[in-house]
Design a binder for this molecule. Structure first.
Ligand code: ADP
Ligand code: MG
Length: 369
């Protein structure tokens, strides 16, 4: 099915493969971005995020596969339209600012190109600079700005373009937390107002989960999983996906009974039922994912504290248990010291099976508390 305005997709990537001299950087990736949607590309360095963005922007041609923007095919192995023919705004890691333009003229430029008058463009540009907390730098040229300030001008310029698709390549990598928050809020407001879509590459799981409507996990150029932030966090397809998307403990619980779609597992003195469509024979260990908030101190299982860390709003406890090391996160200051004997319990777990990586077969198990 072609992407077209009636389906609401601003971008459709179909079976896209991009190679550099025999190195496959993007490997048969298919995805869509709907109007008003932000899709995060989450993957470690070298996983193909930048290559995918460059192909969508038009700086690289597909080796095979197709790219569609708003219902129009803009790239295939045979023919690729140049970047200026694509209605896409790009924020890459390096901000190529014009050396002769000051900040406000830089940001006003795309607004004037849209046909706004000089005064309107200047006012809108100042407004964007103000929201990114750099209005006081409006009259400075790049040479008079720090690296971080130049980045903010680059972001402001991208926001000033009213494109139908924004591409971001780790744009907040060098921003301080506060400006990053302001920028991300601004991004959300913009796309809600304009219906533009966004494709946002990052290696930072917290950022991807916090900002995107859906998240695509990339490993060595391949799409490993695509889902909402809640799905990729709570139901990762495999151990690699689990570790990429946030802090994860993996307990190895012995299977003591198996039945259709589930298994009984021993957590070291307490037998619980988990959903698991993977066929794990009785007697074998079943890897169980536990996120830090899915376990708590107190309960029927025993352990000993290997480490306790005060983190401000919450405390982290690493518990040595009969089924593996377990990270527990609880609000407030530490209640116990390292070395203490404690008890614990799970409120939730997710069986990590050995099914094919793109199939989400295993389901989430809610344990009685
Ligand atoms: P990411 O942005 O996720 O860090 P990239 O898209 O930059 O990943 O890189 C994906 C793969 O392609 C890596 O193996 C990288 O070494 C390779 N690669 C990137 N750019 C080039 C290039 N210009 N020539 C050859 N190989 C490249
Ligand atoms: Mg990159």
């Amino acid at each position: 099915m072609p992407a077209d305005p009636s389906t609401g997709d601003v971008l459709e990537v179909r079976h896209l493969t991009v190679e550099y001299d025999g190195v496959t950087a993007v490997d048969d990736v298919s995805l869509r971005v709907a109007r008003g949607e932000v899709l995060a590309l989450l993957g470690p360095s070298g996983s193909g995020k930048s290559t995918l963005l460059h192909a969508v922007a038009g700086f690289l041609a597909p080796t095979s596969g197709e790219i569609w923007l708003q219902g129009r095919r803009v790239a295939s192995a045979e023919r690729a339209e140049p970047p200026e023919r694509r209605d896409v705004a790009v924020v890459f890691q390096s901000y190529a600012l014009w050396p002769h333009l000051n900040a406000v003229d830089t940001v006003a430029y795309p607004i004037r190109r849209r046909g706004s008058g000089r005064r309107t463009a200047r006012a809108e540009a100042l407004d964007i600079l103000d929201r990114l907390r750099i209005a006081h730098l409006a009259d400075r040229r790049p040479a008079e700005l720090s690296g971080g300030e130049q980045q903010r001008v680059g972001l402001a310029r991208a926001l000033a373009r009213h494109a139908s698709l924004y591409l971001f390549d780790e744009p907040t990598a060098h921003l301080d937390t506060h400006v990053r928050g302001v920028f991300l809020d601004e991004l959300v407001v913009r796309r809600e107002a304009s219906g533009a879509g966004g494709l946002y590459a990052t290696h930072d799981a917290e950022e991807a989960l916090g900002l995107a409507d859906r998240v695509a996990l990339l490993s060595s150029g391949r799409l490993v999983q695509l889902g909402t932030p809640q799905q990729v966090y709570a139901e990762p397809v495999d151990l690699w996906a689990a570790r990429l998307t946030g802090p994860a403990s993996v307990l190895t619980a012995k299977v003591v009974g198996a039945h259709d779609g589930g298994a009984s597992v021993d957590l070291g003195g307490s037998v619980v039922e988990v959903d698991s469509t993977g066929e794990t024979p009785v007697g074998d260990g079943l890897p169980l994912l536990v996120r830090p908030g899915w376990a708590r101190l107190g309960g029927e299982l025993r352990g000993r504290l290997l480490a306790v860390r005060f983190r401000g709003p919450h405390s982290d406890y690493v518990v040595d248990t009969a089924v593996g090391d377990l990270l527990i996160r609880e609000p407030g200051p530490p209640r116990y010291a390292t070395g203490a004997d404690v008890t614990w319990t799970l409120s939730r777990t997710w069986a990590l099976g050995a099914a094919a990586p793109t199939e989400t077969k295993r389901s989430l198990t809610e344990l009685p508390t």
